[in-house]
Design a protein around this ligand. Structure first.
Ligand code: MSP
Length: 520
């Protein structure tokens, strides 16, 4: 049954260009959105930028620009990068947009009217890079930020506070009633144990800066950047302006977030929703970090990799495939250029690319370039049974937010089809029904794999599809759910002209270039 699938990435700080870590998150959300469109779901895929707050204001100042001029320029870095990586977001939100400012004010006002916001004085250690306060006990050595290891600042402010402490029981009850609300489970446990340790009220406004959304009942204050940012997820779903749209998309939302921002999404955000009188989100999908040399990418460590330069070097599909296939969602993963090329050669050049190439070649030499139809399921080759199993398992993996497993299992069909060709050696046979049967099955397996692979390698999938002589595209909305021409065996009609051309994934030598190719 088609469903509504609303998926979000965090909104990124446009203080610097996107790096491979943020590309990883965005490409993952994109693959999930693409999968759900394939299933026929109605999809809303949202990403964007988080433009307010001290971090952006200071960065703009360093550049001699106003924050508004700075983010007008840098928001474009993100839209450009995502377009270059074939990301198909349906909406791109900037927190400086009027629609968002109004939503933040409406949302905050609702919480205030419901009696969950009060005025008080706040003092504490503040990390500008995190835009977060830390308790003394949380600081790293030398009174520095536990994440950035940079000096923290002592800030004293009169603020409005959100009574987060009053939501501990409701949050725990929500976690108990919805066991799958945070995946993986280890992250759910982390959030629950954090709540059990006791929640402090949080300061949600600032008077020290004016780069933010004015608090509606006291415009000398601006809303704290995290509080402002989290609201983006409801802004884009029409909160407060279009009740019908909002009811359609909320709360069936899946927030893809990095493990470092679990506390904001797993505790603050559901409590904020409860306080504003709306349902908390359906699910948080927490991913780990991409590491370079064992460390998280960051500007201060100069280990950032520019994903657009890297894609220009290795190919967009190659980069996307590597990001999705290499690391299982939730775990940290080490990124290396050598690892990317090794996987490219193994999975894309030697497996999928080679299969497409050899099938087209043999259809050319033995069938006059016209692809024969496959045998009906269960009659002849064992590939139909393999395909059925692969499709079942890949669908399950996508549904549980495991692109890594979905692609691993999909490639089983590629390997087994290649193996079948090696055993039967159709290139040595005389043209006739036997060759037709073997090649028909191989074409059909390739057609199915092309659909399954399309969320990861959309351009190559479309190209292979075209070479098979098929009409439409492998990622036509709803194709995976279709009877005939979808993921069921037997969709390749036969009688189509199969095109042979240059390899879709040419082999690369692993010593060609170094990681420097993608490094700034
Ligand atoms: N603006 C906030 C999010 C607000 S969402 C309402 C923010 N922005 S961020 O630009 O600093 O980071 C955004 C996301 O990028 C986080 O989920 C973080 O985990 C992710 N990543 C940053 N570096 C990363 C890696 N090296 N690897 C994987 N993800 C990484 O936080």
């Amino acid at each position: 049954m088609p469903e509504r699938f609303y998926v979000t990435t965090p909104i990124y700080y446009p203080n610097d260009r996107p790096h491979l870590g943020t590309a990883y998150a965005t490409v993952t959300a994109d693959a999930l959105a693409r999968w759900h469109r394939l299933r026929g779901d109605d999809v809303l895929f949202l990403t964007g930028v988080d433009e307010h707050g001290l971090k952006i204001a200071r960065r703009a100042e360093e550049q001699g620009m106003t924050p508004a001029a700075w983010t007008d320029e840098t928001a474009g870095w993100f839209t450009d990068a995502w377009a270059a990586l074939a990301v198909t977001n349906d909406d791109f939100i900037r927190t400086t947009e009027e629609r968002h400012i109004r939503a933040v004010q409406r949302f905050t006002q609702a919480i205030y009217d419901n009696g969950h916001i009060f005025k008080g004085e706040y003092s504490g250690w503040y990390c500008v890079a995190c835009e977060a306060y830390y308790a003394q006990s949380e600081l790293a050595e030398g009174a520095s930020c536990p994440v950035h290891k940079s000096p923290v600042e002592w800030l004293v402010e009169e603020n409005y506070f959100f009574r987060l402490s009053a939501f501990a029981d409701r949050l725990l009850a929500w976690y108990a009633a919805n066991p799958g609300v945070v995946v993986p489970e280890s992250k759910r446990n982390e959030a629950v144990s954090f709540i059990r340790q006791g929640l402090a009220d949080i300061s949600i406004s600032r008077t020290s800066i004016d780069w933010g959304v004015p608090v509606p009942w006291d415009p000398d204050h601006v809303v704290y950047v995290w509080y402002d940012a989290l609201v983006n997820y409801v802004t884009a779903a029409g909160y407060g302006v279009d009740d019908e749209t909002f009811a359609a998309w909320w709360p069936s939302v899946h927030h893809l977030v990095g493990k470092d921002i679990l506390r904001f999404h797993g505790i603050w955000w559901p409590a904020m929703c409860m306080a504003a009188g709306i349902e908390p989100p359906r699910q948080l999908v927490v991913h780990g970090f991409l590491l370079v040399g064992g460390e998280k990418m960051s500007k201060s460590r100069l280990n950032q990799i520019d994903p657009v330069a890297l894609a220009a070097d290795v190919g967009v599909d190659a980069l996307r495939y590597h990001l999705l296939r290499e690391v299982s969602l939730g775990a940290d993963g080490e990124f290396s250029y050598e690892g990317l090329l090794a996987r490219y050669n193994a999975d894309l050049a030697n497996n999928l690319g080679n299969l497409a190439q050899r099938v087209a070649t043999v259809v050319g030499s033995k069938c006059g370039g016209i692809g024969p139809a496959p045998r009906p399921a269960g009659q002849g080759s064992r590939l139909s049974a393999v395909a059925e199993e692969v499709v079942r398992e890949a669908c399950i993996a996508w549904e549980r937010f495991a692109p890594h497993d979905a692609l691993a299992v999909s490639w089983r069909l590629v390997r087994e089809t290649n193996a079948e060709l090696e055993v039967t050696e159709p290139w040595k046979m005389a043209p006739g029904p036997e060759v037709d049967a073997v090649l028909g099955d191989a074409l059909e397996a390739l057609r199915i794999v092309t659909i399954l692979a399309s969320p990861a390698v959309p351009a190559a999938a479309a190209e292979i599809w075209r070479r098979l002589g098929l009409s439409g595209a492998p990622d036509d909305p709803g194709r995976a759910a279709r009877r005939g021409g979808g993921l069921d065996w037997g969709g390749y009609p036969g009688g189509l002209a199969v095109t042979k051309a240059d390899p879709v994934f040419p082999r690369r030598t692993t010593t060609e270039q170094s990681l420097g190719a993608g490094k700034r």
